[in-house]
Design a protein around this ligand. Structure first.
Ligand code: NAG
Ligand code: NAG
Ligand code: NAG
Ligand code: NAG
Length: 615
């Protein structure tokens, strides 16, 4: 949070009738300059959230990745299998490209921790039949989370296999086949068995809201089995179930294509299906060695993935007022899906970087393949950013190729510049930024936001990971079948690394002095009515009804009656508060009791978001 924003928030805290604060736009320097500093902040941000030596991980088991240091509003003080695996994949790629050797210890600690987590019985099931591997999140002490949750989530084991295989392939290419076989394969094998057995069962999506089938999940499952089998073969093992199931998963993957975009979920959720789910599915199955812009695996440069990119990103143009004055063909702030109301329904940093990353991937592929194909499916995508685009094939020695690549690069950089614009000057990344004013919102220091920034920045500079084998005989079967291959599950207990991981000590961590708290109240109002907040501390105007804090209705929608305000409050302060409606001097209070809240004071936390409903 910048000083300027804090000051603005403070003014509002004491002011009256204050609307949502205005974020003074920061002067944006060149994106290159910003990324140089931001990637360093982001890498530190990731490491701060990995136990046991991360600055924000007091009490977290070694090798576990917390989603965020935020323990209330929202409580993300858990380790998610998906977020952790995506994060470790990012770190493994950085390690393998040789730029940070310190990361190797963390990768080994993660692998050790996952060998234990695999065996923890939980509400999704247990280890004996593999069902427990679908559990989405665990407590930071490696015990099961037993509260109700959207479970199972069947992307986790696939992503974890992919992350570990990245490191295993590094070991193999450095001649250490035995470590890859004796320590990593036994863990990966369980995850591959899980995917082969359960891919055709319903799952919660990556946003943990929708039960059905999810493009992201299916796409990463296919990838995991293809590279899992290749990994097995390279160490003299095999994965027969990978071989039997991968083609059927690929077959099912085709069914998400609507004809003009990817329907992110087969589920009864009343949504359009435009969802950053599909952008993330595309970037996490990007194969730098793909020999064509393959539609079947939705490669980033495929005409289907590009048409989908336009569909998804356009779906946010009219939804966020942040995007109001942005012309078609320029980058916008991107959220999860246009119908989202979580925390008010806002742009997410990781969704906006995903929109950029797909395009950097596509540029990489066009250059590698040596041409750009514009088809009737992708024409609208190209015309939006390069109006004279026409269907055809443009070879890399043509000026059209050069011009299109340049237009796509500018367009992609636009997404990164939006992230830059709404990142506070200290570089910290929350989960979301507010849809009207761009203020950081929801969970502080979100590990996935940092990892997403790092992967997008790497692709922007053409730094890519290894191939997963997308071009190796992945032909789509002519008939799709509902199949499954039952596997066996064996505890992986070998953690005898030739060079044991060396944990560093946890740096000291200073608790925040102030936290930006967003109060959200769902309350139905009529024209002329306003909603105010007041409470028992000075910053909440000491129960005054005349000096109370006015909430903003900028995001009030008929389907979602949101009023909100963000205030900077002292960390650790306990308070009582209530909302009231006012119309022409008539005050209507909420019912008792008073609401209570304690502003968080956890290390690493800078924001909190309270979600209330009129009582
Ligand atoms: C299982 O696979 C069949 C064939 O592809 C498909 O029609 C069905 O929707 C799938 N179900 C789930 C839950 O994946
Ligand atoms: C390690 O595995 C690779 C890939 O299968 C193989 O080419 C290589 O010969 C193996 N190296 C050793 C030392 O066994
Ligand atoms: C869009 O333009 C209008 C008119 O110039 C202006 O009032 C508004 O603040 C702008 N919105 C954004 C998000 O820039
Ligand atoms: C406000 O209320 C909280 C919760 O009841 C209490 O802990 C705190 O001392 C009160 N603060 C003031 C200034 O009265």
């Amino acid at each position: 949070m910048t000083r300027a924003i804090l000051a603005a928030l403070n003014l509002l805290a004491v002011g009256q009738a204050a609307a949502a604060f205005e974020l003074v736009p920061r002067a944006t320097g060149s994106l290159d300059t910003w990324l140089t500093s931001e990637t360093s902040v982001a890498l530190d941000g990731v490491l701060d959230n990995i136990g046991a030596s991360g600055a924000f991980t007091e009490g977290v088991i070694e090798g576990l990745v917390i989603a965020s240091p935020s323990k209330v509003d929202p409580d993300y003080w858990y380790t998610w299998t998906r977020d952790s695996a995506l994060t470790l994949k990012c770190l493994a790629d950085i390690f393998v490209t040789g730029t940070d050797s310190d990361l190797e210890s963390i990768i080994k600690e993660y692998i050790n921790a996952q060998s234990v987590i695999q065996g923890v019985s939980n509400p999704s099931g247990d280890f004996s039949d593999g069902s427990g591997l679908g559990e989405p999140k665990f407590n930071v002490d490696e015990t099961a989370f037993t509260g109700s949750w959207g479970r199972p989530q069947r992307d986790g084991p696939a992503l974890r296999a992919t992350a570990m295989i990245t490191y295993a392939n590094y070991l193999i290419s450095n001649g250490d086949n035995s470590t890859a076989r004796d320590i990593i394969w036994p863990i990966v094998k369980n995850d591959l068995a899980y995917v082969s057995q359960y891919w055709n069962d319903t799952t919660y999506d990556l946003w943990e809201e929708t039960l059905g089938s999810s493009f992201f999940t299916t796409a990463v499952q296919h990838r995991a089995l293809v590279e899992g089998n290749a990994f097995a073969e390279s160490i003299g093992e095999s994965c027969a179930n990978c071989v039997s199931q991968a083609p059927q998963i690929l077959c099912f993957l085709q069914s998400y294509w609507t004809g003009s975009y990817i329907l992110s979920n087969f589920a009864n959720n009343g949504r359009s299906g435009y969802d950053a789910n599909s952008l993330l599915g595309v970037i996490h199955t990007f194969d730098p060695d793909a020999s064509t812009c393959d539609d079947a695996t939705f490669q980033p440069c495929s005409d289907k993935a590009l048409a989908n990119h336009k569909g998804v990103t356009d779906s946010f143009r009219d939804v966020f007022s942040l995007n109001a004055n942005i012309s078609a063909g320029s980058a916008v702030a991107v959220g999860r899906y246009p119908e989202d109301v979580y925390q008010g329904g806002n742009p997410w940093y990781l969704a906006t970087t995903a929109a950029a990353e797909q395009l950097y991937d596509a540029i990489y592929q066009w250059k590698k393949i040596g041409s750009i194909d514009i088809t009737s499916t992708s024409l609208a995508f190209f015309q939006a950013i390069y109006p004279s685009a026409a269907t055809g094939t443009y070879s890399s020695d043509s000026t059209t190729f050069t011009d299109i690549v340049s237009a796509v690069q500018t367009y992609a950089d636009g997404y990164m510049s939006i992230v830059e614009e709404y990142t506070p000057s200290d570089g910290t990344l929350t989960e979301q930024f507010q849809r009207d004013n761009g203020a950081p919102l929801s969970a502080s220091a979100l590990t996935w936001s940092y990892a997403a920034l790092l992967t997008a920045a790497a692709r922007r500079s053409s730094t890519v990971g290894g191939s997963w084998g997308s071009s190796n005989g992945n032909t789509v079967p002519s008939t799709c079948s509902a199949t499954s291959a039952t596997g066996s599950y064996t505890s992986a207990t070998n953690t005898a690394w030739p060079t044991a991981p060396v944990s560093s000590t946890r740096p000291s961590c200073t608790a925040p002095t102030e936290v930006a708290v967003t109060f959200q109240e769902i309350v139905t109002t009529t024209f002329g009515e306003n909603v105010y907040l007041t409470g028992n501390i000075t910053a909440l105007s000491s129960w005054s009804t005349t000096d109370a804090i006015l909430l903003s209705a900028a995001d009030y929608r008929s389907a979602y009656n949101l009023w909100y305000v963000t205030l900077t409050l002292p960390a650790g302060e306990s308070l009582e508060y209530k909302f009231f409606k006012e119309n022409d001097g008539t005050v209507t209070w909420e019912d008792d009791p008073n609401r209570v809240f304690t502003v968080p004071s956890d290390c690493g936390v800078s924001t909190a978001c309270i979600n209330d409903e009129w009582q």
